[in-house]
Structure formats: C-alpha cells, structure tokens
Ligand binder design. Structure first.
Ligand SMILES: [Fe+2]
Length: 288
C-alpha cells in the first residue's frame, strides 16, 4: 500500500501560455509565483504552487501527489513495478522543475500521468490573489478514467485512497478527511477533467458567478450544491477547454464514514436544482 500524504499540483500543457496565465490570474484569481525555463508556476494557497503551465499539448496533464519521504518513494517504486507498471525516476533537474526534492512518475491503468513527490516546496510568503475570488486552497480534481471500476480498484488497492460515495459507477475518493480528492469521470482518454479550488463561503461562489458571467467566461454548471459532498459549487471553462471549479463547505469524512451510492440524475449532482451535463458521468458513449 502506497500512502499518499499530500495533494500538490497539476502540470498542464497549454496552446497559448500567456493567454492561459492571464486567465488564471485575472479570472480564476491565482498568483504567478515563478517563471523558469518555459514553466509558469501559479497558486491559490500557501503551497509553493498548485498549477504549472507550459507551452505544449493541452491534453498533456500530470497530477502531483506527495509521499512522506524517500523510504516511502523507494517503496512506491517497488510496489508499482510489482503491479506491472513502468516507473520513471526523475533526475535532480526534473525534480527541481517540479519544485520538490525527488519524485517518480508512472501512468495509472487509464494512462493518467502521476508524479509521486518527496518534500515538495513550501512557500515563505503568503498567497497574494490575482483577484479577490476568496480562494483558500487547491483541493481536488476530476480524473478521467477509461474504466471507473478498474480505477477505483487500483487507487484503493495500490494506494490508500478510499471511496466516500459513488454516483453511478464513478467513485469520489480521498486519502484524508476531505470528502474527495479525486472524482472519477468515465472517459475514452486519460487527463484532468476539472480543477477545484475551495473558496471561503457561499458568497464567494456567488460573487464569482456574477463576475465570470460579466467577463463572458463560459459557465459549465452551477451555481449549485453538490448532493454528495454538500459543497456549493460553480464550474467554468478556461483556455484549452479546461474546467475549473470553485466550491466551499465540502464535507469532512472520518473512518466511521460509510460510502453511499447515488444514481446518475440531476438530484445527485445538485441539491438545489441546477441542471448538469450528466453525459460526463455516463462515459464516452453517452448520447450516441
Ligand atoms: Fe469538483
């Protein structure tokens, strides 16, 4: 069992780096914390960074998770190899570009690129927002998986992820007390389906709803309230069709929590009645 202890970063290729950085700063409210060798590091909390953008294929996504130390990294390398996966150990230069002291990379059974990092950098200065969106932290992602049942089995047997709830066959999974760090989305490709930032309160969600609409940002869903996690949410599109989410009030779960099964319908997605695009939960063949 590989124990993940932290949720760290996304590395995202983008077709237009400057346009994406401008959107992330002025619309999402992130802070540029560094530019090095074509990488732009941005954040919405006090970690070194939450997103690293680079000029490249917009489908090129990597998620960075944190392990406790170098012994755990070596253990993970063995465990992943034993599970039949190819593991790449990053060089010191590559670790420096990920702003950590060491890492390995592998692809999960869906083909998602995952970095397991050791001692990712903390920041000496507090987050200074690009706009007052009320962001508190980078909190979870939607993860595209080619088979949600296989993905749930992999992340719960090889890693310390556990399922908090299901909607259809898609598990919402976590390794700590936050209701979910992964929301699995059935897809015909790997990648990050959405990126969540927690904001302080419902007022922040609603302020951004009006702010983003005023700035012609396409809203994907919401404002609404997730029936599973209880979080108030708003989803919107950024460059490269990446979906970003603000939410607040996500449920905390402990060891006594028992996962619940929800059907795929509007009420499972939003307790308030907003209309989601449920095809994203029905897989790549939905609507055909
Ligand atoms: Fe989400």
């Amino acid at each position: 069992m590989i124990d993940v202890v932290g949720f760290r970063y996304c590395r995202l290729g983008t077709a237009n780096l400057e346009e994406t950085v401008k959107f992330a700063t002025e619309m999402i409210g992130l802070e540029v914390v560094g530019r090095e060798n074509g990488f732009v590091y941005m954040r919405g909390d006090d970690r070194d960074h939450n997103i690293c953008y680079f000029d490249g294929d917009p489908m090129d996504h990597t998620l960075g998770l944190e392990l406790a130390g170098f012994d755990e990294l070596a253990g993970a390398e063995s465990a992943l190899s034993a599970a039949g996966l190819d593991v790449y150990r990053g060089t010191e230069e590559e670790a420096a570009a990920r702003r950590c002291m060491g890492y390995i990379n592998f692809k999960d059974p869906s083909g998602n690129s995952i970095d397991l990092t050791v001692r990712p950098f903390a920041a000496g200065r507090r987050y200074f927002p690009g706009r007052d969106a009320g962001i508190d932290e980078f909190s979870h992602i939607g993860l595209c998986v080619t088979d949600p049942r296989e993905a749930e089995k992999f992340w719960s047997e090889v890693f310390n992820f556990r399922t908090s709830d299901w909607i259809g066959w898609s598990a919402l999974m976590t390794f700590d007390e936050v209701h979910h760090r992964f929301a699995l989305f059935p897809s015909d490709r790997p990648g990050i389906q959405h990126i969540n930032f927690q904001v302080t309160e419902t007022d922040d969600v609603m302020r951004s709803n009006y702010f983003l609409r005023d700035h012609q940002v396409r809203i994907q869903a919401g404002p609404g309230r997730h029936s599973l996690s209880g979080a108030r949410f708003l989803y919107f599109y950024g460059p490269d069709e990446m979906i970003y989410e603000y939410s607040c009030g996500v449920r905390m779960v402990d060891d006594s929590w028992r996962a619940r099964q929800f059907p795929v319908n509007d009420a499972s997605f939003c307790a308030w009645g907003s209309k989601p695009d449920l095809s994203v939960l029905e897989g790549p063949d939905a609507g055909e």
